[in-house]
Design a protein around this ligand. Sequence first.
Ligand code: NAD
Ligand code: UDP
Length: 314
Amino acid sequence: MAKNILVTGGAGFVGSNVVRQLSVDGHNVIVVDNFQTSGSMQSSECARYAQVIACSVNEDLHWILRECSIDEIYHLACPASPLAYQDNEIQTFSTCIDGTRNVLELAASKGARVLMASTSEVYGNPPPEHHPQVESYNGNVNTMGPRACYDEGKRGAETLCYMYHQHQNVEVSVIRIFNTYGPGMRAGDGRVVPNFINQALAGDPITIYGDGKQTRSFCFVDDLVSGMIKVMNHETLQLGPINLGNPQNIEIQALAQRIIRLTGSDSKIVYKDLPVDDPVRRTPDISLAKQTLGWSPVIDLDEGLKRTIQYFER
Ligand code: NAD
Ligand code: UDP
């Protein structure tokens, strides 16, 4: 049955992919986005599939959406690239806290179910005994550093979900997304995959921060979107949190070499300073998602990178 679905941040990278899938599945999609980090391509793609309302989630959503019936809310509005979220730390923190509270208030009044996009950043910089990261690990986050606006903002947003679930009976699930990449990212986004691919395609130096031995695990966006929709439609899953990501782990220097190989580029590697509080290792334990949703990623890194390279070439 067609549902009325609100996607906050629907003009962004993950959002535009979610919006397209929900529309293809036959739902009526409304997007709320302030276009802070959306590219023009993503915004026009989003407008093909959804009714787009240009405003911030920090505004009075009750009033703005007073005439809309809403069954589900995918709450994604928030810059996700360190470059973007550190550009205005106070606004980022406010989007996480005030924006999420507005969304939960809206959900309470409309009787809508919410999926809140949290992040692996809530785990901070875990010591070796906490690899891979399980949902029960409470994290090691610096409250007073350049990543805090986002990390602590998302931790606060998770707490808001918990409180609205407890006290306002809002149906809500929190997903913790690990590094996701794919078509729909902006070239100037600042995250590692678009940076390396665009540097390689232009023949520019590939910028590795630090010694490149830090690891991440990269999930192709189609896999993430299928997991998100499974979470939203799960009959009994409430609150979570639940990790969604690809457990395949890779050092950043190996990622650079792989992208050089796949693009056939003659770019050289240059080393730059490692950003403050850059996590050393990041890998999801996805046992809970496998058991509860029967979900795990199906697109391997080479295949996902090839599709992303084709997207940026176009
Ligand atoms: P993105 O920056 O590409 O998209 C975010 C979208 O939200 C943009 O369209 C932006 O304009 C919009 N936005 C930002 N602040 C807003 C506000 N106050 N009101 C309305 N719209 C606002 O980021 P993304 O990669 O698509 O991430 C989407 C969500 O997933 C974010 O909540 C992010 O924290 C979470 N997440 C993503 C990743 C990832 O690897 N992509 C990892 C962890 C968590
Ligand atoms: N990184 C890099 N070069 C770049 C961009 C990022 O070496 O041009 C590194 C960054 O320091 C981090 C990793 O790649 O260790 C992933 O960075 P990203 O910004 O994609 O996401 P994060 O997981 O840090 O939020």
